[in-house]
Ligand binder design. Structure first.
Ligand code: GLU
Length: 409
């Protein structure tokens, strides 16, 4: 299960359906540039540790490269390539003038002290200083990176170029060039699309049971949004375990528990369940909000949920997609479901470059105005071609990317 192979299969499937120009397919079948660096960090104990760092600049036909940096022990080049490709598709889906990029470091950030983490963040941006920049390539948070890490990177870059240059990364803290609404944007975007799907199917949120895999920025905020909207969140998972409560969790309490105890696993009154049980639960909505390749040919058949909202990138393999489509499960694909994050990143970048900051209401209004038309265009394409929403999203995005690529030929 290689994420990049999966990404290329998704491209091939959509390209075939719309008979996409061969040159466009060729350009999108490989990244424009791949950069790798050894990142030396002096650890607190005085030893030197070298971390492997990556930046993949996949496609810039529609604008500067855009996409997060992941800190995770399992990061590898093919994963970063897949994530960078999905960013190019995602930005086209929500029609923002940005290309696709992604970065990573092979590291378990939970094992680093704050000062080691700061050194790693500053070293990353120093190592890639020639290829990133507010007009070139704009990183952001991803799995296990956060606003604090973005602040260190923006500060380091500003020092390197000798002037404040906050637009070099997005997802920064509010006090340092961040945008209102950026922290909640990924979940919020997914929530808006889910609400549209729920309306379309004439379902009632209060009657819907939800399971969420992942309790980081995307998963925990989605849990809170759903809980506040009356959905019953019956199952949760983080990297340490999975829990179930048939009556539904009080998400405020779970968030507090996670904050103090570092995991949801020990939440009082919850039943611990296995991964197998988690994916076979009798629920209505499943929200993968962790890593790639979670829904596979081995568990897709067990899934009872009628709707899947992919807040994670690449959680479903192509084989699983076929099974889910056959079983009439509506999969709201990552490139749409989690596109709220990069959309508000783009707003943040606009605010940094114009020095004019928006209110929360403005951000929210602009976010809706990107997400809802994207959903409508994708639903329409799905109907027209009688296909799943992922392939429909690719069709919408590829059409936009192809136009940008061809106009320069
Ligand atoms: N890491 C997020 C994603 O996968 C956000 C990227 C960004 O804001 O540039 O979409």
């Amino acid at each position: 299960m290689n994420a990049y192979d999966n990404a290329l299969r998704q491209l091939e499937k959509a390209a075939k359906l719309i008979k996409l120009d061969k040159e466009v397919v060729a350009r999108l079948s490989a990244p424009e540039k791949v950069a790798m660096a050894s990142l030396p960090v002096k650890m607190d104990d005085g030893s030197l540790q070298i971390f492997q760092g990556y930046r993949v600049q996949y496609n810039s036909a529609r604008g500067p490269y855009k996409g997060g940096i992941r800190f995770h022990p399992q990061v590898d080049l093919d994963e970063v390539k897949a994530l960078a490709f999905w960013m190019a598709i995602k930005c086209a889906v929500v029609d923002i003038p940005m290309g696709g990029g992604k970065g990573g470091v092979v590291v378990n950030p939970k094992s680093l002290s704050q000062s080691e983490l700061e050194k790693l963040a500053r070293t990353w941006i120093r190592s890639f200083r020639d290829i990133v920049g507010p007009e070139k390539d704009i990183p952001a948070p991803d799995v296990y990176t956060n606003p604090q890490i973005m602040a260190w990177m923006a500060d380091e870059y500003s020092q390197l170029v000798g002037k404040p240059s906050l637009g070099v990364v997005t997802g920064k803290p509010l006090e340092f060039g961040g945008s209102k609404g950026r922290e909640s944007a990924t979940a919020m975007g997914g929530f808006y699309i889910l609400q549209e799907a729920v309306k379309e199917q004439n379902l009632e949120p209060k009657k819907l049971k939800v399971a969420i895999q992942g309790f980081g920025n995307a998963g925990s905020i989605m849990a809170k949004l759903l809980y506040d909207a009356g959905y019953k969140v019956v199952a949760l998972a983080d990297s340490k375990g999975m829990i179930y409560n048939s009556r539904g969790f009080n998400i405020d309490k779970v968030i507090e528990h996670k904050r103090t105890k570092k995991s949801i696993r020990t939440f009082p009154g919850a039943k611990k369940i296995t991964t197998e049980e988690f994916f076979a639960l009798k629920i209505d909505v499943l929200v993968p909000a962790a890593l790639e390749n979670q829904i596979t040919k081995d568990n897709a058949e067990d899934i009872q949920a009628g709707i899947i909202v992919e807040l994670a990138n690449g959680p479903t393999t192509p084989e699983a997609d076929d099974i889910l489509y056959e079983n009439k499960v509506v999969v709201i694909p990552d490139v749409l479901a989690n596109a709220g994050g990069v959309t508000v990143s783009y707003f943040e970048w606009l605010q940094n470059t114009s020095h004019n900051y928006w209110s929360e209401e403005e951000v929210d209004k602009e976010l809706r105005e990107r997400m809802i038309p994207a959903w409508q265009a994708i639903s329409q394409a799905a109907e027209e071609y009688k296909i799943d929403l992922r392939t429909a999203a690719f069709i919408v995005a590829l059409d936009r990317l192809a136009k940008a690529i061809k106009i320069k030929n």
